[in-house]
Design a protein around this ligand. Structure first.
Ligand SMILES: Cc1cc2nc3c(=O)[nH]c(=O)nc-3n(C[C@H](O)[C@H](O)[C@H](O)COP(=O)(O)OP(=O)(O)OC[C@H]3O[C@@H](n4cnc5c(N)ncnc54)[C@H](O)[C@@H]3O)c2cc1C
Length: 377
């Protein structure tokens, strides 16, 4: 499971950025509830948006294992900032999977370089876990398509320049789904208010409205009716990244709690001397280590093109996010009353952890995918 020298070098860059620039601003990013553009610029300057993107499209040309390691480092300091990385990966993936050469050059390059942000609009008011019930339509009109619909919970909506929307081109539940690229500023594309969220407050989430949005036929991403298949392949590649994000949040909280219990004294001794506390620390360490192994395993399977990669992707996302929730909750417990106060980062980390069990497919949906895979024969 050792990283190669190149993977380690990229991880070290991410670790240094996380420590020197991102961690000191994490509290402020959470309080302001705005996109952390300064952090985004630093990550862009250091190539972190394009770790797993081929060099010909502006990326670093490294692999998924390295990409996951980078997201983990950034998330350990500030989950909100790591969402900029994971959402960019989500926006880039459909292009790399199904885009034409022209689409990849035009859209992936600026996203991989971190010059612009991208968003992927899937969820609708009545289509969350059940993606195939989306109602946003794309109707052929001369040389193009006209899009109408309503998306909810779209990360970076209004902040991004590039949007990919999941639409319906026919009534067939899955084969009637097609993807379209829409540039910000296209007439008919508008955004709702910023959602007031529990966590990842420095990541902006908005509704999106599509009212007679006209796009040329060249903006279709993949073939007509191929959208659902592309989407499932996208998730297979991006779920380990959410796993890495969750792992980073867990590690950040765990490391903070370890330092705290060594310093804090009660009953005349440091908290770390009490066996019941030591047992909690051991459990946290075991959960973090198993999550790390699973995220790394899933990333490796993707890098190798292993047909079982989707199974491991779902396992990694599910286990790492459950770990993040458990470990951050325990970290708050270890700090006692101080853990509940905003001056201490574990309070923010516990709020941030929750979303990793929800987005990119809830953990109930991951368990359905995992059991279907196991029971299919
Ligand atoms: C902060 C944030 C950012 C997001 N970013 C994006 C984004 O960028 N792009 C995007 O498209 N979407 C995004 N989402 C949407 C997110 O992916 C969905 O919220 C998620 O997939 C769940 O859908 P839902 O909210 O409609 O819940 P529902 O699907 O209504 O689920 C409600 C509950 O029922 C459970 N459930 C549903 N079906 C089943 C079943 N068959 N068996 C057992 N349990 C089931 C779920 O697990 C969940 O616990 C974001 C959401 C949030 C909160």
């Amino acid at each position: 499971m050792l990283l190669t020298t190149e993977q380690e070098m990229i991880q070290k860059v991410a670790r240094a950025i996380a420590k020197d620039h991102i961690e000191p601003r994490a509290k402020e990013v959470d309080e302001k509830g705005e996109t952390p553009w300064e952090n985004i610029c630093i990550m862009a300057e250091n190539g972190l948006f394009g770790v797993h993107v081929p060099e010909e499209y502006g990326g670093v040309g490294s692999d998924m294992v390295t990409h996951a390691a980078v997201v983990e480092e950034i998330a350990s300091a500030c989950a909100s900032t790591s969402v900029a990385l994971s959402t960019q990966a989500l926006a880039i993936a459909p292009f790399l999977i199904a885009g034409t050469e022209e689409q990849k050059k035009r859209y992936v390059t600026p996203m991989a370089q971190g010059k612009v942000l991208g968003s992927f609009g899937i969820t609708e008011p009545n289509a969350g876990s059940d993606v195939a019930s989306i109602r946003t339509t794309a109707k052929k009109d001369g040389n193009g398509y006209i899009l109408n619909g309503h998306k909810v919970f779209i990360t970076n909506a209004g902040e991004s320049e590039i949007y990919v929307f999941v639409t319906r081109t026919s009534e067939d539940r899955t084969k009637g789904i097609s993807l379209f690229i829409v540039d910000k500023g296209t007439p008919g594309l508008s955004f709702g208010k910023k959602e007031d969220k529990m966590g990842i407050r420095g990541s902006v989430t908005r509704e999106v409205f599509l009212e007679n949005v006209r796009v040329p036929k060249e903006n279709m991403l993949g073939g007509e009716g191929e959208g659902f298949k592309i989407l499932m392949n996208v998730f297979n590649e991006t779920r380990p990244i959410v796993g890495a994000q969750a792992l980073g949040i867990a590690r950040g909280a765990y490391e903070y709690a370890i330092n705290y219990i060594k310093e804090r004294r009660q009953f005349g001794k440091p908290l770390s001397n009490f066996q019941i506390i030591q047992s909690m620390i051991a459990d946290m360490a075991i959960q973090i280590e198993t999550a790390k192994l699973l995220v790394n395993q899933a990333a490796r399977k993707i890098d190798e093109g292993n047909p079982n990669a989707p199974l491991y992707s779902s396992m990694a996302k599910c286990h790492a996010s459950d770990t993040a929730m458990k470990v951050t909750t325990d970290a708050v417990q270890l700090l006692g009353g101080y853990g509940y106060i905003k001056d201490y980062p574990v309070e923010r980390m516990m709020r941030d952890a929750k979303i990793t069990q929800i987005y990119e497919g809830t953990n109930q949906i991951q368990r359905i995918i995992i059991s279907n895979h196991i029971l299919k024969d």
